[in-house]
Design a protein around this ligand. Structure first.
Ligand code: HDE
Length: 695
């Protein structure tokens, strides 16, 4: 009955899906690896289950089918409670300036050597399958496989956190996650429970204003900053401690999208950031960050107008400069998403000797949480043996057994101290991890919050006043959008009562956009301090005027001018940008008869996916495209998102003239290629108030 079919021939593979009986697979032959069961038994037929007769029933005896289905049924593991959606890459860390005066950690004192690492960037609120571009904080977790043990810097793309004490974390997360009765909204903070919680917890105000800023809408994971947030300690050979905060600064600078763009990107490409990371690494454009430290002594910390152990406070760079001492390069995308990105287990408690924790009460809580969560997520205390988690330096201890033990420890000794086996590992007072011998004041035991933690508004105020006017308008509009989704009037009103302490003008703008009266200001538990503004906190103000790492979309169609296309491509490439050709179809014949492949059909590549757009089309094609809403949106969106547009005569005559587009200096005819390239490096923010009713 059985026929042998060559599955490498597309004509034949059709047969196997046709549902007709009798097909079988292509035979592995002598030189091809054979498909086997988990037990190594070669499988003869991977298309048909074992049946009694050609039309069944299927036999229980079919161990090949049962093993295959059984494994499939258990393919999923619990997703992370927070930061479930993430993308990651391998790379290396290199120290360029030694911190040997401050720490014994080799990773921070031995320069010019490359140490492997794995970095995972994530959203916080959404589940594993949620979109890449919600308004959200981004996780920034780096595992450095140092020769003295793994060092996990588990941080975010914002330098502060929502809460001051670990006790409040489950409440914060329950408030932001989909509401439990209805199961929505997914990956969104714009709903009642989030704003109810934050408006009752003024300590959240600082992170909330960052969340309302453009920082929450990154253009690319390659363009986010990373912060360790908490203060840590560096310990030197004399046992002296210096406080430190860790920073990652992207080589491409910080860049964000607008809110409207982020919303549309999530429809056009929910994997926008993951795809961007994958494509850039595969193109050899390796994402890179500088590694910096803010170093300060206990005495200096005493002088700060805030408590550095409070994770809702940043240390302005103008107060303690960020000293750049190294870099991180991501140069290899994971081979298998599950085995690496999903199974990687970060724990802030993973530190090499020479680095130590501070008493930040949020950090102290995290030191428990991450180890604990890995047990339920990965199912075994042996998760450190999974290749992505295992240290790359030697490791040995007396821990034994447990689910999924991968090692086969030898010998009769599994305890310490022992005198039977001199080859077994022993503690080392000299090389081992030592905690800083911190003198502790003998305060009272109690559920206490330090008084210095009480100032909740000075830093959000500093953040707001540090922004450019465009960014302030985005922030005010974001509050209006989010609170506009809140149905409970007293929650909206209570939030406004806090905004009054951040900035009266901000509060009035948001109230006006919501059509609400301004309530009385919230009760203050500490005076609002005037802090110097900090330009380092801007996004738009600091976006580099550069095309490096950006993407230009060129719309072409049947008969488009090849030399114009080449001219624009070359000009873009010369500045470090990538180019994607967009066309009505996936293949198109140009004016000189060459048939080219487009990267995308226009229906699947709205202009929100590009940093600037060019249109090179012939009149007949322009007339056709003028009737296509995807094409009309392509231009309208590029316009309302303040992007540079280069157009040909036919585009102008048949498309742009039909649209509510006012020609400004960022909209240029094809002849002005150099002007277009200059403009493509930034956005024309002055255009925004003409096209959007900002708060
Ligand atoms: Fe996390 N956090 N967190 N967090 N967090 C987790 O650990 C937690 C906090 C951060 O890519 C979980 O492995 C508590 C601050 C990142 O795999 C969990 C508290 C910061 C990631 C957890 C915090 C972070 C996590 C979920 C308050 C920035 C993703 C799965 C005390 C400095 C890591 C997991 C990755 C993940 C708990 C607060 C960043 C549940 C209890 C502050 C980047 O253990």
């Amino acid at each position: 009955m059985k026929k042998h079919i060559d599955h490498t021939d597309p004509a034949n593979t059709m047969n196997t899906t046709s549902g007709k009986g009798g097909e079988t697979h292509q035979d592995a032959g002598a030189n091809t690896q054979a498909l086997t069961t988990q037990q190594g038994v070669v499988i003869s037929d991977n298309q048909n289950s074992l049946k009694a007769g050609s039309r069944g029933p299927t036999l229980l005896e079919d161990f090949v089918l049962r093993e295959k289905i059984n494994h499939f049924d258990h393919e999923r593991i619990p997703e992370r409670i927070v930061h479930a959606r993430g993308s990651a890459a391998h790379g290396y860390f290199e120290l360029t300036e030694s911190l040997a005066d401050y720490t014994t950690a080799k990773i921070l004192s031995e320069t010019n050597k490359q140490t492997p690492l794995f970095t995972r960037m994530s959203t916080v609120a959404g589940s594993k399958g949620s979109k890449d571009t919600p308004r959200d904080v981004r996780g920034f977790a780096v595992k450095i496989y140092t020769e003295e043990g793994n060092w996990d810097i588990v941080g975010n793309n914002m330098p502060i956190f929502f809460i001051q004490d670990a006790m409040k974390f489950p409440d914060l997360i329950h408030a932001v996650k989909p509401e439990p009765d209805r199961g929505f909204p997914q990956a969104a903070s714009a709903h009642d429970t989030f704003w109810d919680f934050v408006s009752l917890s003024p300590e959240t105000m600082h992170n909330v204003i960052w969340l309302m800023s453009d920082r929450a809408l990154p253009r690319s994971l390659r363009m986010i900053e990373g912060f360790g947030i908490h203060s840590y300690r560096l310990i030197n050979k004399d046992g002296n401690s210096t406080f430190v905060r860790f920073h990652w600064k992207p080589k491409l600078g910080v860049q964000s999208t607008t809110w409207d763009e982020a919303v549309k990107i999530s429809g056009a490409d929910p994997d926008y950031h993951r795809r961007d990371l994958f494509e850039s690494i595969n193109n050899g454009d390796f994402p890179e960050w500088e590694f910096g430290v803010q170093l300060f002594s206990e005495a200096e910390a005493e002088q700060f107008p805030f408590d550095h152990l409070d994770a809702t406070k940043l240390i302005p760079e103008e107060m303690v400069p960020v000293k750049i001492v190294g870099k991180m390069v991501l140069n290899r995308y994971p081979e298998n998403f599950f085995a690496e990105t999903e199974q990687v287990a970060f724990c802030p408690s993973h530190l090499p000797p020479g680095i130590d924790f501070s008493n930040d009460p949020l950090l102290q809580g995290r030191l428990f949480s991450y180890l604990d969560t890995q047990l339920s997520r990965l199912g075994s205390p042996n998760f450190a043996q999974i290749p992505i988690n295992a240290p790359k330096c030697p490791f040995a201890n007396m821990q034994r057994d447990g689910h999924m033990q991968m090692q086969v420890p030898k010998g009769r000794v599994a305890y310490e101290p022992q005198s039977l086996d001199p080859t077994m590992p022993r503690e080392s007072a000299k090389r081992g991890f030592k905690s800083f011998a911190e003198p502790l004041d003998d305060g009272v035991k109690g559920r206490i919050r330090a008084e210095k933690f009480a100032d909740h508004y000075s830093q959000p105020r500093m953040f707001y006043l540090s922004q450019t006017p465009h960014e302030q308008a985005h922030i005010a509009s974001a509050y209006a959008f989010e609170l506009g989704k809140v149905d409970t009037p007293h929650v909206r009103s209570r939030t406004l009562s806090h905004l009054r302490h951040i900035d009266e003008d901000l509060a009035s703008r948001v109230a006006k956009a919501l059509g609400m009266e301004l309530p009385a200001a919230a009760t203050l538990s500490a005076p609002v301090q005037a802090m110097a503004t900090s330009a380092a906190l801007q996004t738009i103000g600091r976006t580099p005027n550069s095309l490096q790492g950006r993407l230009i979309g060129i719309l072409v169609a049947q008969g488009s001018n090849k030399s114009e296309i080449e001219r624009y491509k070359q000009a873009a490439h010369a500045q470090g940008a990538n180019v994607k050709i967009v066309a009505p179809g996936r293949e198109v014949v140009l004016d000189d008869g060459t048939r080219i492949q487009s990267a995308e059909r226009i229906a699947g590549a709205p202009s929100v996916l590009f940093d600037a757009v060019v249109s090179i089309i012939m009149p007949e094609q322009a007339k056709k495209l003028a009737k296509d809403s995807a094409t009309l949106d392509w231009f309208t969106d590029a316009y309302v998102h303040c992007k540079a547009i280069a157009y040909c005569g036919a585009t102008d005559k048949y498309i742009l003239s039909k649209l509510p587009i006012e020609k400004d200096r960022f909209i240029t005819p094809l002849a002005d290629v150099n002007i277009f390239i200059e403009h493509a490096k930034s956005r024309l923010w002055e255009r925004e108030p003409k096209v959007r009713d900002l708060a």
